[in-house]
Design a protein around this ligand. Structure first.
Ligand code: HEC
Length: 164
């Protein structure tokens, strides 16, 4: 009886150690993780005008101007959720272009994991430049603006609007 209990305790200890030795599953994006985003998998159609998410988008991301084009890219060949969430390391980029093809804005979201942004499914938010360099980043970017709108409109989709 005692050694069975001891055996079980040992098993639990081994499992716990194995989990710790893998380290926290965290993805801290660098500029390298955004470079070349235009060649990534394009998610859905190029959007202009309010698009299918009109109500959620309001005037954000250039949606108030029908001449602007919004494209969404992902750094994965297959865009799938497992148990409702995207894997740590998944990166989405949204490119907003003016009618003349110049860049209006580039936004990013990366699944960072490790309870980085626990109330918002551990996404980190980014403002990028046209080449993917990081201008701003954070869990609570713009006082929670990114969190709030993506949670409000896409909570059931792990905060991602563009993947049904
Ligand atoms: C008012 C609502 C709203 C706010 C605020 C907002 N977004 Fe979005 N975002 C959307 C919608 C809707 C889409 C879907 C694509 C589209 O219609 O342009 C989207 C798409 C995206 C995408 C592509 C992945 C996806 O969900 O489709 C990224 C990346 C993104 N937004 C980043 C940001 C960042 C970074 C911020 C904060 C600086 C932000 N968003 C603020 C509504 C919003």
């Amino acid at each position: 009886m005692t050694h069975r209990l001891l055996g079980r305790t040992a098993t639990i200890l081994v499992l716990a150690l194995a989990a710790t030795s893998c380290g926290p599953n965290e993805f801290v994006a660098t500029a390298d993780n955004f470079r070349g985003f235009r060649t990534w998998t394009r998610v859905g159609e190029v959007l202009s005008g309010p698009g299918p998410m009109a109500a959620a988008l309001g005037g954000a991301h250039g949606a108030g101007d029908a001449t602007m084009r919004r494209s969404v890219f992902v750094n994965r060949a297959a865009i799938t959720r497992t148990n409702g969430t995207f894997a740590v390391g998944t990166v989405f980029v949204k490119l907003v272009e003016n009618a003349d093809g110049t860049v209006s804005s580039v936004l990013g979201m990366a699944k960072r994991g490790n309870s980085f942004n626990a109330a918002n499914n551990d996404w980190e938010w980014f403002v990028l430049d046209g080449e993917g360099a990081i201008a701003q980043r954070g869990a609570d970017l713009f006082g929670g603006l990114c969190n709030n709108c993506h949670r409000g409109g896409a909570r059931e989709r792990d905060f991602v609007f563009s993947v049904p």
